[in-house]
Design a protein around this ligand. Sequence first.
Ligand code: Z2T
Length: 830
Amino acid sequence: SLGSDSAKAERMFRLMDGFLKNDSISLQQDILRHVEYTVARSRFNFDDFEAYQALAHSVRDRLIERSHDTQLYFKRKDPKRVYFLSFEYLMGRSLSNSVINLGIRDQYADALSQLGFEFEVLAEQEGDAALGNGGLARLSACQMDSMATLDYPAWGYGLRYEYGLFRQVILDGFQHEQPDFWLNFGNPWETERVHVTYPVKFYGIVEEENLNGEKCNVWIPGEVVEAVAYDNPIPGYGTRNTITLRLWAGKPSDQHDMEAYNTGDYINAVVCRQKAENISSVLYPDDRSFQGKELRLKQQYFFVSASIQDIIRRFKEAHSNFDEFPEKVALQLNDTHPSLAIAEVMRVLVDKEHLAWNKAWDIACKIFSFTIHAVIAEGLEKIPVDLLGSLLPRHLQIIYEINFKFVEELKKRIGLDYNRLSRMSIIEEGAVKSIRMANLAIVCSHTVNGVSKVHSELLKAKLFKDFYELWPQKFQCKTNGVTQRRWIVVSNPSLCALISKWLGTEAWIRDVDLLTGLRAYAADPDLQQEWMMVKKVNKMRLAEYIEAMSGVKVSLDAMFDVQTKRIHEYKRQLLNILGIIHRYDCIKNMEKSQRSKVVPRVCIIGGKAAPGYEIAKKIIKLCHAVAEKINNDTDVGDLLKLVFIPDYNVSVAELVIPGADLSQHISTAGHEASGTGSMKFLMNGCLLLATEDGSTVEIVEEIGADNLFLFGAKIHEVPKLREEESPKMPLQCARVIRMVRDGYFGFKDYFESLCDTVDGGKDFYLLGSDFESYLEAQAAADKAFADPNKWTQMSILSTAGSGRFSSDRTIRDYAEKTWGIEPCRFPSDG
Ligand code: Z2T
């Protein structure tokens, strides 16, 4: 009975002495206990890494307590939940973020110093969790932080790759990829749930069966793999709520290959079992191109099927009628990668729960929402029908059925406009017949979100014009944001302290709009002085890192000019490098007496190229070749340096961003859906040099055009510029390309095809066309930097205007307008 249960709980609670304590002595005891019994080292003899492990386990204990409380509370309240389905998460490190969100950073720092350790030093021991490629994946991580902090009843679902994004190693200036076997040293943050497993089926055939006089489709699989849950706690800031990121790993199923056992081939059967683990073993490192590979499709279905089974199990624990499903469940598709979930939900509702098709479809259409991150049609995922049909025969039938009904409906609405019908069809007829995953997602979702204002408009006007005309109300905008917890509080503690001091409160960490309060002091010489000091400290940290990585000594008086992001032609790192060559050339040709007027620069570039992206790899090599020349030219000295930061990832970003004076976001207008790096720089008081693309347009609205350096063609001008007979190629641009072509930086032949992309007659990304305007913006930045007070004021205004770009704002928007969920906060004071 209930009474004795609660008596039992009460007794256990007392036995355990209540919850874990967070005073310095308790923390020290916990850490030492973990040294001795978890890490299994003597508490009298352990090194930094072991200290980190013990520390992490003591933090983990506290996270687990809170996540139990949160889950029980959600269960009791049974609110509508959102399930965030994303194929990628770039979590980076967890330690600092966790103790800050738990509100016990200082207590831990104190406890550690009593034990003779330094918190920062131990935090450096942690490796990055890099289960994603770039912006899309880091966005998922920021949004998880906001969902936890804002007390939303949310779950994240993803894949537990054993190999995260490759490590970038530079040899002779060339990128090499090395596997990131990140679980090698254990992962203290995750908990394996050996009993939360689901079978996932592949291949086989579909048979029609007769169930009580009704026809019913039964899928008889050819292969079954087990999915095991690994739970990762995500603590909110200033709340006890701690939500869960559940990642699936592949594990052999006992049903895997019964035949083999029966035929007596025991050894082979065991070896075959290992294949199951391959499904979740490696993250695909291409951030936009898709290749229609079977393993990738297997990953997608594996992830989707396990997640849907888990979601439906949780629903059924409390409900028996699927009519209530849309009142209790929202499913968010992060791009098209998880969009097989639509077919899977239909399969479960129709084939397993035996709902009528129309009823099931009605439910599906109420639960799904979809956010798209792509800009161009070529970037959209298409799955060859043959591939899907062999791997998931039943799902192919279901998708055909969805499409048939959709096209019938469409004909009634728009008539027999066959061009339009074929454009909108979920099935693409062509050389390779394939499934358009975006079309599937749009047809079923109640809301389709873009990730910035201009991106959302572009979706309506170009990419999904036909769908917009059909369902205008579906198309919405949720401008991206990043979490100020990680991108200020964790990564820039000195700035964090300074902001809190001047605002007289730490409330902005939960309520980021308060940052606008800094505007009142932007011209205050005292704040400016302190602001400059903070930047200096961060530049010092960065300079030390640069010297350690590349041996290049840089001057702290120079402007630190940073462009860090994935390497892509459209992001135009090449424009940056050509600009640097031009700057170098100018300095070389300058009268000696003029040189004192040059604003010294440290140009910093970092980012990974997809392993198969030849041109991107050449850009990396060119950067190194140019750096070699410039950095060894004693004639130029501190006036110009160029450094490439290898293996850019979340933890490197945490070091680089606070130390930047200027950052570049210079994509060809119309190509960057949003861009989120810019928001992190903005929060850290870094000035932007940017094109009017993606979220930059909204940043301008917020901080004013005179607080950043804009240049280049605007979105609407781009198509016309591309049509021009002979592309614009200013003399200075032609001259620097000539230098590369002539072998001024060596590797003449190797750089030829790279130069061709600019002066080979096409210049698709409009480097030539934007070159002069780019140089002007750079000159304006130099001029502003020469006036430190003016610069600092712009810097303060950047941070002050960054509040709108918090993922807290994005998530609140999603919760209220797209998911229809409300906060569900565990009642406690912290
Ligand atoms: C990605 O990171 C982004 C878009 C993609 O399109 C794929 C990947 Cl892996 C399919 C980026 C956008 O390029 C960037 O503009 C945006 O800020 C980010 O997603 C988050 O929305």
